[in-house]
Design a protein around this ligand. Structure first.
Ligand SMILES: *Cc1c(COP(=O)(O)O)cnc(C)c1O
Length: 407
């Protein structure tokens, strides 16, 4: 089948006509329990009435104006964001990659503006994902994303996840600008840094005048049961943070947040965006923020996360032949499988359950934060049913292999 689309995605043969909450309605007439959530993006589920109202109200007033004018909605969202974390200022972009791009530029510009232009090195970790721009793929260093795109950019260093000794050596280097990490790696397979590691990295960066960037594009905006994942731990806050995905509840928007100190190089003219932070995006993001950033919502996320993790661990114990382990934090859940994760995703679809893939042969569950307790239990039922099918298929293959061998 030829398609007019660039063939960069491995797409499932399924499209959706509409959604409601954690349910997606396929063009095959079936209802699917959505544990992908547009990859941790549809934090309030599909067609959330508050977001629909915010979008349609703004659509009748003003969509887009240039950033050469004040955009009061940006100020309103920036006030909310900075009041709820370490940051003093925000820059709005359209995506996670752009938020990361701004974070990296902010870090290098800080050093250049403060008399140390030789500090350009960005230290990243294996298993990271920071997006698809040149800077983002170089910072994450995933070979399959950088190969064939010309020479690697200078000034990017990779450290093995957990190798704190090598990391400390690089942080101490006089050419290091910043460390970038995801407190909970998303695409890499829901791998979380420990509080101890995050605090140690924070302290080492501070000691050497190196900036710390957290990429909370996936882990942020309530996904782990706190507004930002690093807020689980005292004294772990970064200097700069990229967020996106759930920020707009499905509307494209990202942000780079920073302390005033870290952003001291970001003066008039050094950065910008045409669409970034336009009134339409801001109206939806403000509405999403006010729904997400509440104590009851965070408490709810922790309840649902507990149901999923308890249930999945019990299932893992019943299927040691198929499940390696369950990891992640909050509603950023990874299940590492023995057999191919892509095949499992297709089997899950047959059980009307949608799960995302992930590195390290994981499948990820990234449901909307509003998933109910009953829906969480239903997801577990469908997950286990998928494993039962996988086990039956494996046994069938084994039997036929045996039969072939006998013949
Ligand atoms: C998705 C993601 C990005 C990239 O976001 P895009 O909106 O796809 O550009 C960056 N970092 C992390 C941690 C992500 O999960």
């Amino acid at each position: 089948m030829t398609s007019p689309l660039m063939s960069v995605y491995n797409r499932a043969p399924l499209a959706f006509t509409h959604g409601e909450g954690v349910w997606l309605h396929g063009d095959d007439g079936e209802a699917y329990l959505d544990c992908v959530g547009g990859i941790a993006t549809d934090a309030l589920g599909h067609a959330h009435p508050t977001l629909v109202a915010a979008l349609t109200a703004q659509a009748g007033k003003l969509w887009h104006v240039s950033n050469i004018f004040r955009i009061p909605e940006q100020e309103a969202l920036a006030e909310r964001l900075t009041a709820s974390c370490f940051a003093d200022v925000a820059f709005f972009a359209n995506s996670g990659s752009e938020a990361v791009e701004c974070a990296l530029k902010t870090a290098r510009k800080y050093h250049a503006a403060n008399g140390a232009p030789e500090r350009i090195d960005i230290i990243g970790f294996d298993g990271s994902f920071h997006g698809r721009t040149y800077a983002a793929i170089n910072a994450a260093g995933n070979p399959s994303y950088v190969e064939g795109f010309g020479p690697r950019l200078p000034g990017y260093i990779q450290v093995r996840f957990g190798d704190m000794e090598t990391l400390a050596k690089h942080i101490a280097s006089p050419t290091t600008a910043a460390v970038i990490l995801e407190p909970v790696q998303g695409e890499g397979g829901a791998r979380a840094f420990s509080g101890e590691q995050l605090r140690a990295i924070r302290a080492t960066c501070t000691a050497h005048g190196v900036l710390l960037i957290h990429d909370e594009v996936q882990s942020g905006m309530g996904r782990t049961g706190r507004l930002f994942a690093h807020q689980w731990f005292e004294e772990a806050a970064p200097d700069i943070m990229a967020i996106a995905k759930a920020l707009g509840g499905g509307f494209p928007v990202g942000a780079c947040l920073a302390t005033a100190h870290a952003a001291s190089g970001m003066v008039v003219g050094v950065h910008g965006s045409t669409f970034g932070g336009n009134p339409l995006a801001m109206a939806v993001a403000i509405a999403a923020f006010d729904e997400i950033a509440t104590a009851p919502m965070m408490a709810h996320v922790r309840v649902i996360a507990d149901i999923l993790s308890t249930g999945l661990n019990a299932i893992a114990a019943r299927y040691p032949d198929l499940v390696v382990d369950v990891r992640g934090k909050g509603l950023l859940v990874g299940v590492k499988l023995v057999s191919n994760n892509r095949a499992f995703m297709a089997l899950a679809r047959a059980h009307r359950l949608l799960v995302a893939g992930g590195g390290d042969n994981c499948v990820r569950l990234l449901p909307a934060l509003i998933m109910s307790e009953d829906e969480a239990r239903e997801a577990l039922v469908r997950f286990e049913a998928t494993l039962a099918t996988a086990r039956a298929e494996a046994q069938l293959t084994q039997t036929s292999v045996l039969a072939d061998a006998v013949q």
